[in-house]
Each structure stands twice: as C-alpha cells, then as structure tokens.
Design a protein around this ligand. Structure first.
Ligand SMILES: Cc1ncc(COP(=O)(O)O)c(C=O)c1O
Length: 374
C-alpha cells in the first residue's frame, strides 16, 4: 500500500439535470453556500434561520408558527411528518398511488401504527370517495398522501380529500417533495395539517434539508402525545426549541445548506409564486407538445399531469436504459428511468425550479431526436 496517494481536484462533467431531482442550482445559491461559517448560535446565523423560516411560510402559503427546515433529505421530512403524530397502535390511513406512498406505509409500520392503505393504480389519483369509504368503515388518527408522486407524474387533487379527512376528525399529512415551489400548494387554504418537502427539487437548492410546516390541529395532537416521539433527532418538540426564541442547542445547524436554502427561497420570492407556477405550467406544456409531436405518449392524462415531472412511454422495442445512457454521455442530459412496475417502459423527465426553462426543453427534445434516430 502506498503511504500517500494523490487525489485530483473534483472535475465532474457538466450535466443538465432533467430528472426527478436534484434540479439545477442557480449560481447565486452556489455562491451563498461558500459563505464563511459562523457558529450555530451566532446571532447572524439565527437571523438566517428566522429569514429562512419566513420565506418557507411564503412558499408553503401558511401562517403556521411551527415551520422549519429539518436537516436531512425529503425522507427525513416524511419520517418527521409520521413519527411526530403516530403513537404505537394509532390507526393511520395511507394513500398509495406510487413508490413514495409505499415508502410512507413502510415508515408508518416502523412507527408501529395500525396501518391501513388505499391504493390507486400507478398513474391514477386517489379519489375522495375512496378516502371517505375507508374512514366511514374505520376512523384513523391520520391520513397521509403524496401530492406530486414522482414515480408516476400525477398531481393529486387535495381540496376534497382534505375536507373528507377533517370531517372524520383526522389529520392530513401531505408530501410535496416533488411539487412545492413549482405547483401551488396553499397549505392553509386547503387545510393541510402537516406538509413537508425537500430542498433539491422545485426549490432548487442542493439536497440536504427538509422543510416542514405543522398546523394548529397537528400542534395540539403533538402536545397531547402520551409517549415520546420514537426519533430523538426528528422530534419536532425538540427541533422547535432551536428555531423559536428559546434557542436551545439540538444539533449543529447545517449552515452552508441553510445559506443555500435561504438564497433559493429568495429567488422564489423575487420571481413571485404566481409567476413561478405559471412558468412551470408553461414550460411543461412545451415539453408535452414536443413529446406528442414526436409520437411519444405520456402515462398520466393531462388533467392530472404534474408540471414538475412527466412520465414518458419509451417507444416500443427501444432500449430504455441504453438511450438514456446516450443522452447523458453524448449530450450531458440527465433524465431518469422509471420505478417499480413502470421500470424499463417509461422515462421520467423533471422540470423543477431552475431546471424548468424553455431552452432546456429544446435541448432535451433535440438530443432525444438524435438518439432515437439511431
Ligand atoms: C414524492 C417524494 N417523496 C419523498 C421523496 C424522498 O426524498 P429524498 O430522496 O430527498 O429523501 C422523494 C424523492 O424523490 C419524492 O419524490
């Protein structure tokens, strides 16, 4: 074994990130990450946390005091959203219409909930009637559902389901990892009790933070727990004390990530939520028209299609992974294959945050033309 080995400076290829996340990061966000570090209780860092919290309320469209960014990726948000509100044996209802609904079932089972599920075939949405029927049969403490199912590209309607869930006295947990910041999710208007996302998709910061917001009904449920939250790290009653005026040390604040998220959210605020949602809708239509013009079909019907993620059927007989590999190797364009039952038959194209630009759609369609031509 040599005693020393030389490693070279990182020199990764430039990629156009058009998969299900991470998305492209604005240079301003990268610059913010290079800001020199300060201590986790430094007044200047606490001010950054406060500003980030305010900006998160803007993007969640909520007034919820309990709004913060957990260290960890979107799955940390999912665990926090479930573990903080489930005690052993609690009845919960999970809506499954794809891969991430399945992940929620797995997590709720690990939290020792009494888990029931309702399913929709991949590519379809869960109906209000299904939720009502399930809750009529047996009440649940909590109902969890994915808004933007990244495995299929559906945008799950939420208003009717929220109404049904509340009529039955349950809490509504919504996963917006693939949609928040690209598609409107007005948390307070819909009445979502617990909503979480990830930093790396439509918010266009690097992966590593999981913003979450908790409404008054859910806060009351948290206060009424008789047992401690299973996870010490994700316990929102502890996390909250670092974010509120108490400023109690809980973990070392991930400063560079917080600088990045704050800058990414500042970009959202500068663009304006309405303009941002319109951009995602407009640019995704450009993609869909381009795909249709090439005879390529999509899994999800237009009325339920998620602007930030599209599942495209691979032409019959084509080599799914081979063509995707060529897009990456020859054109630097990164799209993803599909998961589960759709694997090998669909591609997933993300138009999220800073990736969601007409010039990127044109580049992808041009590159696709070349690889499909042989
Ligand atoms: C809808 C949805 N939920 C949860 C997750 C998990 O997020 P992460 O991979 O950041 O842990 C993802 C990631 O792709 C997702 O798309």
């Amino acid at each position: 074994m040599p005693q020393t080995q030389s490693y070279y400076d990182l020199d990764l290829p430039a990629r156009l990130l058009l998969g299900p996340g991470p998305s492209m990061v604005h240079p301003r966000v990268l610059r913010a990450m290079a800001t020199p570090l300060v201590g986790y209780l430094d007044p200047s860092y606490l001010a950054v946390m406060d500003e980030t919290q305010e900006l998160l309320r803007m993007v969640f469209q909520t007034q919820n005091p309990l709004t913060l960014a957990l260290p960890g990726t979107g799955s940390a948000g999912m665990e926090a959203a479930l573990y903080n509100f489930i005690e052993e044996g609690d009845p919960v209802l999970i809506c499954v219409a794809g891969y991430f609904g399945e992940r929620m079932v797995e997590m709720a089972a690990r939290a020792r909930a009494d888990v029931r599920r309702i399913d929709a075939p991949w590519g379809q949405v869960i109906s209000e009637r299904q939720v009502a029927q399930a809750l009529d049969e047996r009440p649940a403490k909590l109902v969890a559902i994915v808004h933007g199912e990244t495995s299929t590209g559906i945008a799950q309607p939420l208003h009717g389901i929220a109404e049904v869930v509340h009529r039955h006295g349950a809490l509504l947990v919504v996963d917006t990892v693939a949609s928040l910041g690209g598609v409107s999710v007005p948390v307070d208007e819909i009445g979502i009790d617990i909503c979480y996302t990830g930093s790396q998709k439509c918010l266009s910061a690097p992966p590593g933070l999981a913003p979450i917001t908790v409404g008054p009904r859910a806060e009351a449920a948290l206060a009424a727990r008789t047992t401690r939250v299973q996870s010490w790290y994700l316990d929102l009653t502890l996390q909250r004390k670092y974010w509120n005026a108490e400023r109690v040390y809980h973990h070392t604040g991930p400063a560079s990530m917080m600088f990045a998220l704050r800058e990414a959210l500042r970009l959202v605020a500068e663009e304006g939520l309405t303009a941002r949602f319109e951009r995602h809708a407009r640019v995704s239509r450009l993609l869909w028209e381009g795909l249709e013009a090439r005879g390529l079909s999509m899994l999800v019907p237009p009325e339920y299609r998620l602007a930030s993620l599209t599942t495209v059927r691979v032409p019959a007989g084509a080599d799914e992974a081979g063509l995707r590999g060529r897009l990456l190797a020859e054109y630097g364009v990164d799209i993803a294959g599909a998961l589960g039952a759709l694997k090998g038959r669909y591609w997933r194209v993300g138009l999220m945050g800073h990736s969601c630009r007409p010039e990127n759609v044109v580049t992808l369609l041009g590159a696709l033309d070349r690889v499909l031509a042989g």
